[in-house]
Design a protein around this ligand. Sequence first.
Ligand code: CA
Length: 241
Amino acid sequence: MRLLLIEDDDRIAGPLTEGLGRYGFTVHHVRTGAAGLAGTDGSPDLVLLDLGLPDMDGLDVCRSLRARSAVPIIMITARSEEADRIVGLELGADDYLAKPFGVRELVARIRAVTRRTTGALPFPVPTHTATPEAPRAQLLGTLEINRRTRQVHLKGSETPLTPREFDLLAYLAEDPGTVCSRQQIMDTVWDPHFFGPTKTLDAHVAALRRKLGDPAWITTARGVGFRLTVPGGEAEPEGAG
Ligand code: CA
C-alpha cells in the first residue's frame, strides 16, 4: 500500500516513514503542499496530510486533493488546530490524528479508514511475506483465520462469524499474546470516532468465546483490554512444545 506523506517537519516525517515501512507501507514523502498536489499523479492509496505547511494552507491542499480524487485523506494536526480538523473533515478528509501520536495508532487509523472507504483490509499483517494472491490464512493452534476470504475454521470446520466478530478476532490475532486495550480495539474494529460506553465490545467478546467453544481463547486483562491466546499452548504455530 502506497502512502503519500505531506509533512514539512523532517523530525516527524523521518521516524514516521521508517515506522510505517516496518508495517509494510511504501511512503512517498514531500515537504510542501505544492509537491503533494503534484505527487498525487502517482495515485497513492492514502494521503497523510500535515495541516501546517510552509507554502500553502493544508486545508487548501485537502480541498484540492478531494476535488480531483477520492483518495482517503488522514490529516495530521497540532492540538491547537481543532477548528481546522472540523473544517478538514467537512472538506472531505476521512480522519485526523493529533500530534503527538505513535506509529501504531496511525496504522490503526489507516486500517480503519481503508476499511471504511474500500470495505477491505488494506495490507498484509506485518512480517507476512505472502504475495497478494496467496490466501493469507493464519494458523493459531486449531484456529485458522483467512483474512482474504474472511473465513474462520476451528478444527477444520468453518465457524460462522458476524463481520464485526471477524474483525475483532482478526485484530486480536494480529499479535497473539499481546494485550490490546479497549480503546485500541474500539478505534480499529469499531470507529476512530467512537465515544461512549463500550459494552458492545464485551458482548462481542462473549459471542466470540462462545463460538470458539473455549473462553480461554480470549483472556481479559482486567482494566486494560483483551488478548488472544491459544488455549493450553503458545501462540507460535511452530512452537516445539
Ligand atoms: Ca508542519
